[in-house]
Design a protein around this ligand. Structure first.
Ligand SMILES: [Zn+2]
Ligand SMILES: [Zn+2]
Length: 607
């Protein structure tokens, strides 16, 4: 295990233990509470409780004062240095132990029947009924836990909030009260985390998107279908320009495909039935069923197959900024992060097995190039493999090819020295995939890009090329989208840069502000010169006072403000104020233009 995984493991135990301590505190303070489940999660833990119904017939919940009281009692329990003790119990013993806990009894039934674990999740491990006990509290649990309660740092955890959660995620079940907590190794880590959450709130892409005029949603258009405003449109065009440049250098060719297709195409691709849940219902035209596309892949496969191919055509790299539509449940929509229409930086690379490793690693290298441009220094590659239980259901039913392609990916990543974590049962239906997780400047995690290997669709589309021995051979297909969708990418970048986009991505690059009307003429001349030099510029000839105009430009995070007075008119200069409040007076116009052009051409992060 690598050191950061070990740390994760330690934190995992600590958070899991904090969940038990919280459940004990709740049970002592609210003896009528029934316990659901309480696992550790990414930055902390939660536990679900049923407090019964209030007088109004609605589920009772916890107040902020309740959380304070629970926290206080938790600190006392932690201070008690109670050890966590494991034991295995028989089904009868377990039922006796938890006789007053209906939810636990349901979990015990599941464990006895097999197929689910103590959190109610499906599993194919042989169930063992076990408990962990500390102090007077015993929970149905597999662990692991820290040795004793005092390993949880009393001033490094905090109960965050309460949310309703249906028992086992099913809305036909009772609504339980889920208390979320966060727990860290020390006070400093907790402080950092809370600070990050606060910063994340300020940088929330939904908030910034509105303030900076990037995108809107409209009720008449529908949820999850964003409208890009002109300033958002510029960011999108810059991203596309970047991708086209990068991919042109790497031998990609660009294609275009329609938004609709007959059902037949998706039956052949396997999207029907494997992906049907994420697709919009079909529409009928002239007695034929059409679907709106959830992915571009099948169209690109048809382009590959549009004419006979030989080994000289390979690798064939087909790229497209295609707009796809996916049905996300309205409850799961979230700003630009989860939408129903998305423009993807998509491409499909068709290659022989012998070319696979090089092509696959070239894609990984492309990711690294993008990371450098966007100043992303923390990222992780997650390798999602299939699981044999899902063959024929979640996954295309060909175990031999699954094992073979997973082996190819593993070998490519190992040979390339790229570190990754492997997770079973998370693959795409047609092959294994690499998900790229990145962390924004304030340390929030995003799944941005994917890189998938596909052996199944080339087969179902009967794609073939004539190899150098004159034999027919099946190509492999790599699906990749390093810049993700525009929606997700812009959402990520808004947070990452806190709206302060680098010059090349800034919707407005310069704003010219005359001190009085007398400077309007020079201001307009200057606006024309900057526009001709390829700098996105607006002259602000409004009636507001100069300071108000500067403030307005600052609020819009415009990198450069050029203030024009008598001296500037006379000397053909500008008085420059940068977004970061640094200034430069008497700057010759040509010098300003040259600097900005250089920032844009090199896609520099510097102001
Ligand atoms: Zn537990
Ligand atoms: Zn694809």
């Amino acid at each position: 295990m690598k050191s950061n995984e070990l740390e994760k493991d330690q934190l995992y135990k600590l958070r899991h233990s904090a969940a038990h301590v919280m459940a004990q505190a709740v049970q002592e303070l609210y003896p009528e509470a029934k316990l659901g489940i309480g696992p550790p999660i990414d930055t902390g833990f939660y536990y679900d409780f049923d407090l019964g119904q209030g007088e109004d017939g609605k589920p009772r919940t916890f107040t902020p004062e309740d959380l304070e009281a629970i926290e206080k009692r938790m600190r006392q329990i932690i201070g008690g240095k109670h050890t966590f003790n494991y034991r295995e119990v028989s089904a009868d013993e377990a039922r006796e132990l938890f006789k007053d806990q209906p939810y636990k009894l349901e979990l015990i039934d599941g464990l006895v029947q097999g197929g689910i674990d103590e959190y109610g999740n499906e599993t194919d491990e042989t169930p063992v009924i076990s408990t962990y006990r500390h102090d007077a509290f015993e929970d149905l649990c597999r662990g692991p836990h820290v040795e004793a309660t005092n390993k949880i740092t009393g001033n490094a955890f905090k109960l965050m909030n309460v949310a309703g959660a249906y028992w086992r995620g099913d809305e036909n079940n009772p609504m339980l009260q889920r208390i979320y907590g966060t727990a860290w190794r020390n006070k400093k880590e907790l402080k950092q985390h809370l600070k990050m959450l606060e910063e994340a709130k300020k940088r929330d892409h939904r908030k910034l998107g509105k303030e900076l005029d990037i995108f809107v949603f409209d009720e008449e258009i529908g949820p999850g279908l964003p409208l890009w405003l002109p300033r958002g449109g510029i960011i999108i065009e810059e991203l596309e320009k970047l991708a086209k440049e990068m991919e042109q250098k790497r031998g990609y060719e660009r294609v275009r495909s329609p938004h609709l297709s007959k059902e037949d195409l998706f039956l052949r691709s396997g999207h029907l039935p494997y992906y049907a849940e994420s697709m919009y219902p079909p529409m009928e035209m002239e007695g034929v069923r059409y679907y709106i596309k959830p992915m571009n892949c099948p169209f690109h496969h048809k382009i590959f197959g549009a004419r006979p191919r030989s080994y000289r055509d390979l690798p064939l790299r087909l790229g497209e900024y295609g707009t796809c539509y996916r049905y996300e449940k309205s409850g799961e929509l979230f700003g630009l992060m989860r939408v129903r229409s998305m423009q993807m930086n998509d491409a499909h690379i068709y290659c022989s097995e012998a070319q696979f490793e090089q092509e696959f690693m070239a894609v990984i290298d492309l990711y690294f190039d993008y990371f450098r441009i966007f100043d992303i220094d923390k990222y992780m590659m997650r390798f999602s493999a299939h699981h044999k239980n899902g063959l024929g259901k979640k996954y295309v039913d060909n175990e031999r090819l699954w094992l073979q392609t997973e082996g190819l990916v593993r070998r490519a990543m190992d040979n390339g020295g790229v570190s990754y974590v492997e997770v079973p049962d998370e693959a795409a239906f047609y092959g294994p995939k690499i998900d790229v997780q990145v962390w924004s400047a304030i340390g929030r995690e995003f799944t941005l890009a994917t890189n998938q290997v596909d052996f199944a669709q080339p087969e179902s589309f009967e794609l073939a090329f004539i190899n150098s021995d004159g034999q027919e051979e099946r190509p492999l297909c790599i699906h990749r989208a390093p810049l993700s969708t525009h929606e997700r990418m812009v959402g990520f970048l808004l947070e990452h840069y806190a709206g302060k986009f680098p010059v090349w991505l800034s919707p407005d690059q310069a704003r010219i502000i005359p001190i009085t009307e007398a400077h309007n003429e020079y201001t307009l001349q200057l606006e024309r010169r900057l526009k001709e030099a390829g700098i996105r510029t607006k002259a602000d000839l409004g009636t507001d006072r100069m300071n108000a105009k500067i403030r307005q430009a600052q609020l819009m995070q415009i990198p450069y403000m050029l203030v024009i007075g008598d001296r500037e008119v006379e000397n053909n200069t500008v008085s420059l104020r940068r977004r970061d409040n640094t200034r430069q007076n008497d700057l010759p116009v040509e010098e300003f233009i040259a600097t900005v052009q250089d920032r844009i051409a090199t896609r520099s992060g510097e102001l």
